[in-house]
Design a protein around this ligand. Structure first.
Ligand code: NDP
Length: 265
């Protein structure tokens, strides 16, 4: 069974070329073995170069990319993964995700089913070790039962204390779907929150580390993004700081349905 490293470097909005190459290299030096990119981030080429430069054996790496909305459909999905692999200079990705549940045109349910058939074929061909979805609600996941031969391993969604999607997390846990928490630092928009600062002070950690730790304690895979070496290292340095139940509760209670990304509901 393929194990998903619990902390991955997110690379959305990191420009292709030297900046993303460096971010990936620094992450690998810091101990990350998981990189989360997407076709639409337009940096797969630099990510691939960074991975190559990092010299980590391929089997130790966990690389995720995603199928964009405009590539939904059976044939387009197969074409899209091959193009992503070419840019990444890899023979396979560890995880391939349907980025969003909707397609460009109407009849999205039919399109989702068609796309998923393509994803299953991608896995069968060995182009992706695992397949999953992103931004799927409970309704989208339930709908999959009618068309999926293989249910998704992962649902990657926005998740942080300010958007604690408890019902979705419980649904996924019950159904054996791993949640990956994207924008775990609320896209940088809540890093000065007073409550988080207070907890951070108690543990001698940074606010970003407390938010990362919160996701881990809930059993989510967590994908913090940074372009700065010291922050990349800091976000990974969270494995020793268990949060007390009471502090977890305080953080859970910060939920205010604050979304930094689109709302798939
Ligand atoms: P995050 O929640 O990870 O926050 C990133 C922001 O926080 C940046 O501004 C970054 O600045 C700053 N930051 C990072 N670390 C620190 C630190 N230690 N101290 C202070 N500031 C810090 O944002 P994202 O929205 O990028 O989400 C993370 C990843 O999740 C994405 O990169 C992507 O891989 C994934 N994602 C997936 C989506 C999907 O639809 N599936 C949607 C959105 C994200 P700087 O870079 O300057 O250091």
């Amino acid at each position: 069974m393929r194990i998903i490293p619990r902390i991955g470097l997110g690379v959305w909005q990191i420009p292709d070329g030297e900046i993303v190459r460096n971010a990936v290299r620094w992450a690998l030096e810091a101990g990350y073995r998981h990189i989360d990119t997407a076709m639409i981030y337009r940096n797969e080429k630099g990510v691939g170069e960074g991975i190559k430069a990092g010299n980590v054996p391929r089997e130790e790496m966990f690389v995720t990319t995603k199928l964009w909305i405009s590539d939904q459909g059976y044939d387009s999905a197969l074409k899209a993964i091959r193009a992503s692999l070419e840019r990444l200079q890899l023979d396979y990705v560890d995880l391939y995700l349907v980025h969003w549940p909707f397609a460009d045109e109407e009849k999205t349910q039919e399109k989702r089913a068609d796309t998923w058939r393509g994803m299953e074929e991608i896995q069968r061909l060995g182009l992706a070790r695992l397949i999953g979805v992103s931004n799927y609600t409970e309704t989208h996941l339930e709908e999959m039962r009618s068309y999926a031969k293989v249910m998704p391993t992962v649902n990657q969604v926005e998740m942080h204390p300010f958007l604690y999607q408890k019902a979705l997390a419980e649904y996924c846990a019950t159904n054996g779907i791993q949640i990956e928490a994207y924008s775990p630092l609320a896209h940088g928009e809540k890093l000065n929150d007073k409550t988080v600062s207070k907890i951070a002070k108690k543990y001698g950690k940074s606010n970003a580390q407390i938010l990362t730790r919160w996701a881990l304690e809930h059993g989510f895979v967590v994908l913090p993004k940074s372009t700065h070496k010291e922050r990349i290292e800091e976000n990974f340095d969270v494995l020793d700081s268990k949060l007390e139940t009471e502090d977890m509760k305080t953080l859970d209670n910060l939920n205010e349905n604050f979304r930094t990304c689109w709302d798939p509901y």
